[in-house]
Design a protein around this ligand. Structure first.
Ligand code: URA
Length: 174
């Protein structure tokens, strides 16, 4: 949604995303949708994109120097999206997007925190990547909390299930 108050920025398209030209439609995307649904938010309420716009040939893992080059060539496209959408808050999903937009290198050190985007006054919230939760399911609530924080700061009206008391009480899947 180009009019969204909150923008989610992932790392790079995977196989499914590359095929469809749509971000977060694979397994990690399904988990993201699941968390959003529990928060009472639709995908259509958000602007969802990636830092890296292309998928490496044969999905090879780029070397650190190559990754730097790829990020440098893709970042202007992301910055142009941010300029056009003008989100109130940007959620950086995972270490690569977080480091590139905030300069903080370790997601474990800043997860859940509001940080300024480098060289701007735009607020970001650092968030674990949904793919990480596929390996560490207990972190699902961290993602929910970070998204909840970002959406609250942006002034979005949320209707999370189980929040009738006004207390954020997110139950992860068993
Ligand atoms: N992981 C990402 O970072 N982005 C996607 O679009 C899908 C998986």
């Amino acid at each position: 949604n180009p009019k969204a108050k909150v923008m989610l920025v992932g790392e790079a398209p995977g196989y499914d995303e590359d095929k469809k030209g749509v971000p977060f439609v694979g397994v990690a995307g399904q988990l993201l949708d699941f968390i959003l649904c529990k928060l009472g938010i639709e995908r259509e309420d958000l602007y969802i994109t990636n830092l890296i716009k292309c998928r490496p040939p044969n999905n090879t893992l780029p070397k650190a120097s190559e990754l730097k080059e790829i990020v440098e060539s893709c970042k202007p496209h992301l910055m142009s999206e941010i300029k056009q959408v003008k989100p109130k808050v940007v959620v950086t999903l995972g270490g690569t997007a977080t480091a590139s937009l905030t300069g903080v290198r370790f997601i474990s050190k800043c997860e859940g925190l509001v940080l300024p985007m480098e060289h701007t006054k735009i607020k970001t919230v650092a968030c674990y990547h949904p793919a990480y939760v596929l390996r560490s399911p207990s972190k699902e609530s961290n993602i929910a909390r970070a998204l909840f924080k970002a959406m609250t700061i942006a002034g979005m009206k949320l209707k999370p299930k189980g929040m009738e008391t006004g207390v954020f009480d997110y139950e992860i899947r068993g």
